[in-house]
Ligand binder design. Structure first.
Ligand SMILES: CC(C)(COP(=O)(O)OP(=O)(O)OC[C@H]1O[C@@H](n2cnc3c(N)ncnc32)[C@H](O)[C@@H]1OP(=O)(O)O)[C@@H](O)C(=O)NCCC(=O)NCCS
Length: 245
């Protein structure tokens, strides 16, 4: 059975730690980060990209700034350097959390969402989700609609992120199970493994892998994780150090 590592990351970092995060990004990430108008959006972007680099650097035994990323036509990032065995990964960020999935060759998609007020959830589901999903959501008592909507959303988005299409694949083309049922693709589900991730109160999160029988290993970066970015840069080619994360 293959395994996928799923990392939950706390993005509420100090100003000094955010500076450390910004230092390991490449020029295009820094430029994207600087385009955010709201400071909290910039901080979420910068910290989540630094955390992704830290985790990829641990997997590749290099420093975070040595990671080189490219993207497919729909924007899904993949690892360009350092070279080595296949490395699948995916990143999602919302509120003050990031979720990162890391595996070998099977396509991975992750999605985390801060559950927030969404008064027109049923209308959005009727427009964008599959008819069976929208009908099930419409039958729920009002207090269950928002958490279920976001749970459903993360399941569907994790699938399109694993495929690499993102939202260019309409979300009404396929159905998934509704929370609190275990996450599963309906219909042509062979060859997929989905899992709900416990991401803390007020968050919904899912990981989807385009392979059967995947085991998930759950991790959380320690709260001082940005401080490790500085140590990594001083300590190049430091070798496997998963336990220290
Ligand atoms: C990519 C997309 C799925 C991201 O969803 P989101 O909930 O906004 O953001 P998340 O935090 O979950 O994921 C963002 C990360 O996914 C990754 N990503 C980007 N494109 C991706 C793709 N096609 N497939 C998988 N992952 C992708 C990136 O790491 C990205 O991080 P970044 O934006 O900080 O660089 C979605 O925005 C999308 O498909 N966009 C392109 C098409 C579009 O904008 N359509 C809008 C009209 S429907």
């Amino acid at each position: 059975m293959s395994a996928v590592d799923v990392w939950l990351v706390d993005l509420a970092v100090s100003a000094d730690q955010l500076d450390l995060c910004a230092q390991v990004l490449d020029r295009s990430e820094r430029e994207r980060g600087n385009r955010f108008l709201r400071l909290e959006d910039r901080a979420r972007f910068v910290a989540s990209h630094a955390a992704l680099r830290l985790i990829l650097a641990e997997a590749r035994a290099c420093s975070p700034s040595e990671i080189r990323l490219t993207a497919n036509a729909a924007g899904k990032p993949n690892l360009a350097a350092p070279a080595g065995s296949a490395q699948a990964f995916n990143l999602s960020h919302s509120g003050t959390r990031a979720l990162i999935g890391l595996g070998d060759s099977a396509d991975i998609g992750v999605d985390i969402e801060l559950i927030r007020p969404i008064p027109d959830a049923v209308r959005i589901a009727r427009t964008h989700f599959a008819p069976d999903e929208a009908a099930s959501l419409a039958k729920l008592p009002p207090h269950a609609v928002e958490p279920t909507f976001f749970g459903l959303w993360t399941r569907k988005e994790a699938v399109v992120k694993a495929l690499g299409t993102g939202l260019s694949l309409p979300l009404n083309r396929f159905s998934v199970t509704l929370p609190p049922a275990a996450p599963r693709l309906l219909g042509n589900s062979a060859g997929w493994t989905l899992a709900a991730i416990e991401a803390g109160p007020g968050y919904a999160a899912t990981v989807a892998v385009r392979a059967a029988d995947i085991a998930f290993r759950h991790h959380r970066l320690s709260p001082d994780w940005p401080d490790r970015l500085g140590e990594k840069r001083a300590n190049r080619a430091c070798g496997p150090a998963k336990a220290r994360l």
